[in-house]
Ligand binder design. Structure first.
Ligand code: SF4
Length: 548
């Protein structure tokens, strides 16, 4: 047990508040001294768990965002952190109405299970029962279906139910209880996980500091900071290291004991093998502040917190991973015992929660002195001309029609060019917003809608810009040096909008939504949307200047 995650996870459960949920059907009961859990209860746990984490934050995350906002507002050089944090908290308030999910990317569904040897379900396939609950949660709650299957090595299709999920169930202890950690992991956030095969030479003060600085800077802003950072050094295999990284970013390994100054071998040998390091966690935080990236558009709030963990390693290997949980930090514990299903409590009324802490949230246009408005309904040339009056980092409220498209549509257009065909007319007429919405709830204009990562569209820069398309793009995160060059060659602009505030942007800033092309692409179909006062920052201008 000294090398495994279970004791730490068990401690995390002890420190969490749960509530007993009313469920339907058969109840758990003891049969021959072992707890029988009807498999239908697994489906109900997954369904309610993923619904809950898609709309409501756990209290600790909301409290950290609120604290960070207070810090940003008292900072002498606040950058744009206050603007972003205000938006993220207002987003939590809107999502908690239960209609628009916290983020449009409702993630890959991940489940870690810890099953006692005194629990049985008789199903022979717990994964299938859990998956059926996940499928129901995504369908019934207008969550986004993001999973792409392969119909041949190169051809893909949307699976239509957000499955498959990633499910890992571990055997754990004798207490008759089945524990779960549900995680909804967005693609942007997942893409920031990196594994490095290092050597002992990294385990030296200066070398590790340099490494940490380099890797934290490289995180950039595409995964919607502020981040919960996890860095894991060591591990009996690269796979074990990565599992620790994922669990750590979900706060599940927080009870790993810190190293103590002057600790001897005997003491270390009596403690769990998974340990934390306070000094390196503080250094990571300070590096995060120094990057100046802030919560997306400059400032000091790149990181909300950091976990730096040390694991044992083979003498010849030193796997090191770095990962983040993004602004949409969606993790939820659950357990089933003889009483029934228990789910982690979340904050169901964030407005009241924030008010009790003296937090008054500000709207996008509350500082009219530093915000300008422009309309994009006047043709791309005119829009570029108007944008050229601004500097990188300037905030603008954008109104008018935007073409919404992302990866799959860009590949289709690329293929049209390859076949010698013309690009669709609409590509010449509107700025392109890289995004894919969650399903539209009844009565809403569109489902949760925020930007996706711009950099994935970078390979199409030259072929589109040289034809007069993609001259104004809206998305999130940093872009390649090549894109900057193209902006200066073709007089183009790249604008960033807030990631992780999709419920807010959908509710307040989208007034029209029309399906335009490729309906078969599901959430990646091409749409024409109308926005009103969508907040954007100039990230790259037509001279190739960049905010990052
Ligand atoms: S907040 Fe950003 S990184 Fe996180 S899931 Fe949403 S879009 Fe992805």
């Amino acid at each position: 047990m000294r090398g495994g995650f279970e004791p730490l996870v068990e401690e995390a459960f002890k420190q969490t508040s749960f509530e007993l949920i009313d469920t339907e059907g058969e109840r758990p009961r003891f049969i021959d001294g072992r707890l029988f859990i009807p498999p239908g209860l697994l489906s109900q746990a997954a369904e309610e768990g993923f619904r809950r984490l898609s709309f409501f934050f756990r209290e600790s995350h909301l409290a950290m965002l609120a604290e960070q906002l207070a810090l940003a507002e008292n900072d002498k050089k606040p950058g744009n952190d206050g603007f972003v944090l205000n938006a993220l908290l207002r987003n939590a308030v809107i999502a908690a109405k239960g209609e628009l999910a916290l983020c449009q990317d409702t993630g890959t569904a991940v489940i870690y299970g810890w099953k006692s040897e005194n629990v049985f379900t008789g199903s022979g396939d717990d994964d299938a029962w859990l998956e059926s609950g996940i499928g129901a949660a995504y369908k019934k709650n207008n969550l986004r279906l993001s999973q792409i299957g392969a119909s041949s090595f190169l051809d893909e299709f949307n699976t239509g139910n957000n499955l498959p999920a990633q499910i890992q169930i571990h055997a754990s202890g004798k207490n008759p209880v089945y524990r779960f950690l549900f995680i909804a992991k967005g693609g942007g956030s997942s893409n920031k996980t990196s594994l490095f095969s290092m050597t002992k030479s990294l385990l030296e003060e200066q070398a590790f500091e340099k490494f940490l600085e380099e890797k934290i800077k490289a995180l950039g802003t595409a995964a919607c900071p502020p981040y919960r950072l996890a860095v894991v050094v060591g591990g009996t295999s690269p796979e074990f290291n990565l599992e620790a990284c994922k669990l750590a970013s979900a706060e599940a390994l927080d009870s790993a004991p810190y190293f103590e100054p002057g600790e001897d071998k005997e003491k270390s040998a009596s403690l769990p093998w998974i340990r934390r390091d306070k000094q390196w966690e503080e250094k990571a935080m300070s590096i995060g502040r120094r990057t100046g990236l802030g919560a997306q558009f400059g400032g000091s709030s790149l990181l909300l917190d950091a976990r730096v963990l040390r694991l044992p390693r083979h003498a010849a290997s030193c796997p090191v991973s770095i990962g983040v949980s993004c602004a949409a930090h969606r993790n939820l514990y659950a357990y089933i015992d003889s009483e029934g299903l228990h789910l982690e409590k979340t904050v169901t009324d964030p407005a009241k929660f924030l008010k009790e802490r003296g937090i008054n949230l500000k709207t996008f246009d509350s500082n009219t002195a530093i915000i300008k408005r422009i309309s994009v309904n006047k043709g791309i040339k005119e829009v570029c001309k108007e944008l050229s009056n601004f500097n990188v980092g300037d905030k603008i409220l954008l109104s008018g029609k935007l073409l919404m498209a992302r990866d799959a549509a860009h590949l289709k257009w690329h293929n049209l060019l390859k076949e010698g065909k013309a690009l669709p007319e609409y590509l010449y007429a509107y700025p392109v917003y890289y995004a894919g919405p969650a399903a539209t709830p009844p009565g809403k204009v569109i489902g949760s809608l925020g930007p996706t990562t711009a950099g994935r569209m970078d390979p199409y820069g030259e072929e589109f810009m040289s034809r007069g398309c993609s001259l104004v793009t809206v998305a999130k995160g940093n872009r390649s040096a090549e894109w900057k060059k193209l902006c200066s060659s073709y007089g183009a602009f790249y604008l960033g909008t807030i990631g992780g505030a999709a419920a807010l942007l959908s509710e307040e800033n989208v007034t029209g939504n029309e399906l335009l092309d490729y309906p078969e692409l599901g959430m990646e179909a091409v749409r024409l949307i109308t926005v009103k006062d969508l907040p954007v920052f100039i990230i790259i201008d037509n001279k190739g200047n960049s905010l990052y």
